[in-house]
Design a protein around this ligand. Structure first.
Ligand SMILES: Nc1ncnc2c1ncn2[C@@H]1O[C@H](COP(=O)(O)OP(=O)(O)OP(=O)(O)O)[C@@H](O)[C@H]1O
Ligand SMILES: [Mg+2]
Length: 604
């Protein structure tokens, strides 16, 4: 039988390789921008026509190339960035595989003009489907100007596969952002069909983010900073109230290279847990500087994946850094995730400029749950929160307005004869008359949040309030559940339970948390076990959070419970003493505001 195996011609091999590196115009944009960054440019211009399908041009003022290098750069595996295998673990440049230019030239018509800074003449080279058409000396600016025309002209299947111009442009903009956001000392511009899309001056990372995403980001960002012996984390996160409904603005960079990393994303998401609704995504721009030896970036031709030698360590440091940054930002409830301007205005219009929250009239010593749940920490929290709230309420009462301030009169929508501000709707929602309109609060979720934070605080402390059981209850569990109860023994005691074991799987409950009904004991222990089982495999697993959530869910005032005016006032007041009044422990929205302007529209 005759031999049938042949070496493929370079042009075919290049085209196959191009399939991995260049999937769409945006991939070529990424490669060209990265080459310009690697060439040390401080000014990079991107010019696009027809979503990159007709033209992608990148002009840089970087090192430029000699005529010989300009020819060489289109060869496969030709690079100036590494020499030997060991260099793969010391990569500081964006490129190193030596295949981007060869790939692009295999599937497009390319024209490059390039000149070294100390040469008078540059070189102009044309290459098409891997074939060099011409090369000659030419006058050109120092640096490199590369024009990629008619991408996929010789791969119709790929060309037909491209999406609409809008979709392809979106991809290009995304790549432009990924490179420009993390190189703020380089001036970047992007033009599409002769219209300027971005013009970014050199400056700080923050000014770059603002340059890309708009002025509003000045107020939205929190700085993240953490240094250890082996890594340096820096960047910005969006304040929790600006979390997005889509996974839009999430940028991780490792040594200034944009990467996708689900595990690290999880570290950030974890730090935001319970601060944002479960269906929202935090914004972040975070760069991790790490010794290149500690990572492997050469996993995929597009170089957007990275393996860390010690991913768990990076995860822990990152989560801590983000948590710290959120913690330092004093959480002033801004009430509405959508940041309705009228709501913001309502709070900033209050006469006392130091105060940021709306207030209500309430008796700070009144505790509607005194009978059923007179736990120490609840009372304490109630008192603490009330001070601010009382002051704030003054701002909403015309009698106490300072003379030189004019504020709009408080709405009278819900005011009854005794000027009360609360009304219960369907025994489920508390309606409150606030300055800009109507606030709706889910009574059960609000109370869950209040109890959850209180129990969390109790679990992190040492003291616990317990009431002795006159007749100890015996409770039996399955062997597996009994083991869980034993493993949580310390925490359960902190909640106020006094439990002895008897037999292998039996427990004698001698004391229970103050406020808990004896009849609820078995149910709550079962809920704790159940929640623990469901979440112990979770990366977010947090013993205290599970226990506090279980207690809060069991003890909260339920939908369908009629509330007195003072009880509603108490919930309202204590909710806004919470760290996170906007969302319930399981991430659902607790409240909403209907602005007066909307109500007026209804009734037109
Ligand atoms: N804009 C530029 N300015 C100066 N030199 C450039 C420019 N673009 C490419 N080069 C040179 O051409 C070489 C080949 O570029 P190419 O993008 O194909 O490979 P690479 O950047 O080394 O690696 P990778 O394939 O990972 O991008 C580079 O190593 C660099 O020396
Ligand atoms: Mg490159």
């Amino acid at each position: 039988m005759s031999n049938i195996i042949k070496q493929l011609p370079d042009s075919v091999a290049n085209q196959i390789a191009a399939g991995e590196v260049i999937q769409r115009p945006a991939s070529a944009v990424k490669e060209l921008l990265e080459n310009a960054v690697d060439a040390g440019a401080n000014d990079i211009k991107l010019i696009i026509k027809d979503a990159g399908k007709t033209l992608i041009q990148v002009i840089d003022n970087g090192s430029g190339m000699s005529p010989m290098d300009a020819r060489m750069c289109f060869e496969r595996h030709a690079t100036s960035k590494i020499n030997k295998a060991a260099d793969l673990f010391a990569i500081r440049t964006m490129g190193f595989r030596g295949e981007a230019m060869a790939s692009i030239a295999a599937i497009a018509q390319v024209e490059i003009k390039t000149r070294l800074h100390d040469e008078e003449l540059g070189t102009c080279l044309k290459i098409e489907g891997s074939k060099v058409i011409s090369q000659e000396a030419c006058q050109c600016a120092a640096g490199t100007n590369i024009a990629v025309k008619n991408l996929f002209f010789n791969v119709p299947a790929r060309r037909n596969f491209l999406k609409s111009n809008t979709a392809e442009t979106r991809h290009i903009i995304e790549e432009f952002i990924r490179v420009s956001a993390i190189h703020p000392t380089i001036t970047f511009s992007m033009t599409h069909n002769e219209k300027i899309v971005f013009k970014l001056q050199a400056g700080s990372v923050k000014s770059r983010i603002v340059g890309i995403f708009g002025k509003a980001y000045n107020e939205r960002m929190l700085r993240v900073e953490q240094q250890t012996d082996t890594l340096n984390i820096s960047g910005f996160i969006g304040k929790p109230e600006f979390a997005k409904k889509t996974r839009g603005e999430q940028y991780f960079f490792v040594n200034k290279r944009f990467v996708k990393h689900a595990y690290l994303n999880h570290a950030v998401a974890k730090a935001f847990l319970e601060l944002i609704p479960t269906d929202a995504f935090p914004t972040y721009f975070i760069n991790i500087e790490i010794d290149p030896e500690e990572i492997d970036i050469n996993i995929h031709p597009t170089k957007t994946e990275v393996n860390f030698k010690d991913a768990r360590y990076v995860y822990a440091i990152l989560a801590a850094a983000v948590k710290q940054s959120i913690g330092q930002y004093s959480l002033t409830p801004t009430i509405d995730f959508d940041v309705d301007p009228t709501v913001e205005a309502a709070f900033t219009q209050l006469p006392n400029k130091d105060l940021k929250q709306p207030g209500i009239q309430t008796n700070p010593d009144y505790n509607p749950f005194k009978q059923s749940r007179p736990t120490g920490f609840e009372k304490q929290q109630s008192r603490q929160g009330s001070q601010d709230w009382e002051k704030l309420y003054q701002g909403n009462t015309s009698a106490q307005q300072p003379e030189d301030e004019t504020i709009e009169p408080s709405g009278t929508l819900l005011e009854t004869e005794d000027s009360s501000s609360f009304f219960q709707l369907h025994q489920k929602y508390i309606l409150s008359n606030i300055k800009t309109g109507l606030m709706l609060i889910d009574q059960q979720k609000a109370h869950e949040r209040i109890l959850y934070e209180a129990y969390l605080e109790q679990l992190s402390g040492t003291s616990s309030a317990s009431q002795q059981q006159l007749f100890p209850q015996n409770i039996h569990f399955s062997p597996e559940d009994a083991e869980i109860i034993r493993s949580l023994n310390n925490e359960i005691e902190k909640l106020g339970f006094v439990i002895d074991t008897f037999g292998r799987n039996g427990f004698m409950v001698k004391g229970i948390p103050s406020g808990l009904k004896e009849t609820d004991v078995a149910a709550i222990l079962e809920r704790i076990v159940q929640n623990h089982k469901e979440q112990s495999g979770d990366l977010n697993y947090d013993k205290n959070a599970i226990l506090a959530r279980s207690m809060a869910a069991n003890l909260s005032v339920k939908a369908g419970t009629k509330l007195e005016e003072q009880e509603m006032a108490d919930i309202f007041q204590r909710l806004f003493s919470c760290k996170v009044p906007q969302v319930s422990p399981d991430g659902k929205n607790i409240l909403a505001i209907i602005p007066l302007t909307e109500i007026e529209k209804f009734l037109k």
